[in-house]
Structures are given as structure tokens and as C-alpha cells.
Design a protein around this ligand. Structure first.
Ligand SMILES: Cc1cc2nc3c(=O)[nH]c(=O)nc-3n(C[C@H](O)[C@H](O)[C@H](O)COP(=O)(O)O)c2cc1C
Length: 258
């Protein structure tokens, strides 16, 4: 069994790397660490060529990430919080995620889990939601989404509470059953919420009551939603822009007095 761990931190023996080694050891799986900070991942050009079936115009390492995901049995996203969010190299990859669309059939249902390590419990921000968007948009089957407090490198393995969380991930990988932690979305395991005439999960779009029980299930980032959003709405928007480009330019020029 192969476990691919996607890390977006330069620390070679940091908490994300150590947690990955522990989980692989407990699963008796071979571990491959893919460190995004070692890869060349350029900004998206927002040309939408990939949504029209063309190859990406950028020649960098994004395809390498998808090749590695395609070849593994299980995916672990183990990455820290920087400034309340995912790290820059993680977000750089997520920004290029339209390129994953041709791989979604292959990735669909692959077992995965998320570990978001952080130094301070009251500074967790929304990084684990960003990690979850990555996993869901690839159609991975997210079995656990754990935020783990570990400020100093190594602390992810020295605290009992942390080992218990890592063991839950190991069990989830073994039995394929989802682990919902306290205060997580019952549908997608997200950790942060919006208040919009009730509580809404910004990742899957589910409507929840005050106790986070499901009121109406959302389908955002599920397969049918991805097909409809990427291949219908975005493609139509791009085509619409082609029809309206002269009119828009004229209006912009008038407003900016060009
Ligand atoms: C630039 C930087 C920003 C950070 N921002 C946060 C933060 O906003 N909230 C927090 O709880 N921890 C923050 N941390 C702490 C890391 O999330 C924590 O040390 C984590 O365990 C590092 O994981 P790693 O060892 O796998 O790199 C930050 C660390 C760095 C270096």
C-alpha cells in the first residue's frame, strides 16, 4: 500500500513530515513525501484554456503532482497554518486546480485525510478549509480532517492528544469510515462557517442549524457540481466575454477617461 503525503512546508523534520511518517508506519504503508516547496508552481494565467480541453500554457511541475496522486492508494494532505491560512505554496497549487479536471475520474473516491498543524489553538483561522477545498475539488474521499496543535517541530508526536488524533486517521484509512470531529460540517468535515440567514458551510454549501445539524445538504465541489460549474457556467462565461469584449472595453475606457 502506498501513502502519498502532500506537504507545503520546507521543514524536513517538521510536524507535517513526522505525522506522515507515523501514519505510514502504523499503516505499514510505503510513504512518498511530495514537498510542494521543492516544486516549480507558477501562477494561473486565468486563460481557461484547460477548460476548453487544451493543454495548460504553463510548463511547470503541476502535472507531477497529479501523476503522483494517480499512482498512490491513499493521499494525506499534511501542511501547516501560516498567517491563519494554508501556506503560499499550497495555495499556489490550489490556484492551478482547473488542470486536475481530466484526472477526476481517476482520483474519485481515493482515500484521503488532512492534517493541519498549528502553533496556537486560538490562531487556527481557515487553513484546514483551504486544504479541504483542495481534496474535495480532486474528488478525493476525505475520511478525516484534523487540526493538530504543535508549535515546535516534533510536538505533533510528543502530545498524547495529538497521537490520538493521528490514530483516528490511521483507523479511518484502515476501515474507510469517516471520522467527524467536534464542530465539523456533518457533510464535508469543514471547520469554518459563514452566517447567512442561518449557518452555511462555505466548502460544500450545506445549510446547518445552530448545533451544526444538517438542514439542507449542499453539493459544492461534488462531481456533478464540478461538471456543471466548470464545463457549463465557466465555459459559458468565457464565451460570453468573447461576445461582449468590445462593449466592456468601451465602457471601461469611458469610465477611466482613456
Ligand atoms: C510564517 C509562519 C506563520 C505561522 N502562522 C501561524 C498561524 O497563523 N497560526 C498558528 O496557529 N500557527 C502559525 N504558525 C506555526 C505553524 O503553523 C506550526 O509551527 C506548524 O506546526 C508548522 O508545521 P511544520 O513543522 O510541518 O512546518 C506559523 C509559522 C510560521 C513559520
Amino acid at each position: 500500500m502506498k501513502l502519498l503525503s502532500i506537504l507545503a512546508t520546507v521543514r524536513e523534520s517538521g510536524n507535517s513530515a513526522l505525522a506522515s511518517r507515523y501514519i505510514a508506519q502504523e499503516l505499514d504503508a510505503s510513504l512518498e513525501i511530495l514537498r510542494l516547496t521543492d516544486l516549480d508552481i507558477e501562477p494561473c494565467k486565468a486563460c481557461y484554456a484547460c477548460l476548453f480541453g487544451e493543454d495548460c500554457k504553463i510548463d511547470d511541475d503541476v502535472d507531477r503532482v497529479y501523476d503522483r496522486i494517480g499512482e498512490t492508494d491513499m493521499v494525506l494532505i499534511a501542511s501547516p497554518i501560516y498567517w491563519l491560512d494554508a501556506t503560499g505554496s499550497f495555495k499556489a497549487l490550489l490556484d492551478r486546480q482547473f488542470m486536475a479536471v481530466p484526472h477526476l475520474e481517476e482520483f474519485s473516491g481515493k482515500k484521503s485525510a488532512i492534517i493541519t498543524s498549528h502553533g496556537f489553538k486560538n490562531l487556527r483561522g481557515w487553513a484546514s478549509s483551504t486544504h479541504l477545498v483542495f481534496a474535495r475539488s480532486l474528488q478525493l474521499n476525505v475520511l478525516a480532517n484534523m487540526e493538530i496543535n504543535a508549535g515546535l517541530p516534533g510536538e505533533i508526536l510528543t502530545e498524547r492528544e495529538n497521537i490520538e488524533k493521528l490514530d483516528k486517521i490511521v483507523e479511518a484509512f484502515k476501515n474507510g469510515e469517516k471520522v467527524r470531529s467536534e464542530n465539523q460540517c456533518p457533510v464535508c468535515l469543514n471547520t469554518t462557517f459563514r452566517v447567512e440567514s442561518g449557518i452555511r458551510c462555505p466548502v460544500c454549501g450545506s445549510e446547518l442549524d445552530d448545533d451544526l445539524n444538517l438542514v439542507e445538504k449542499g453539493e459544492r465541489l461534488e462531481r456533478d457540481w464540478v461538471n456543471e460549474h466548470f464545463f457549463t457556467r465557466l465555459v459559458e462565461m468565457k464565451e460570453d466575454y468573447g461576445d461582449k469584449i468590445d462593449e466592456i472595453k468601451k465602457s471601461v475606457d469611458e469610465i477611466l477617461n482613456n
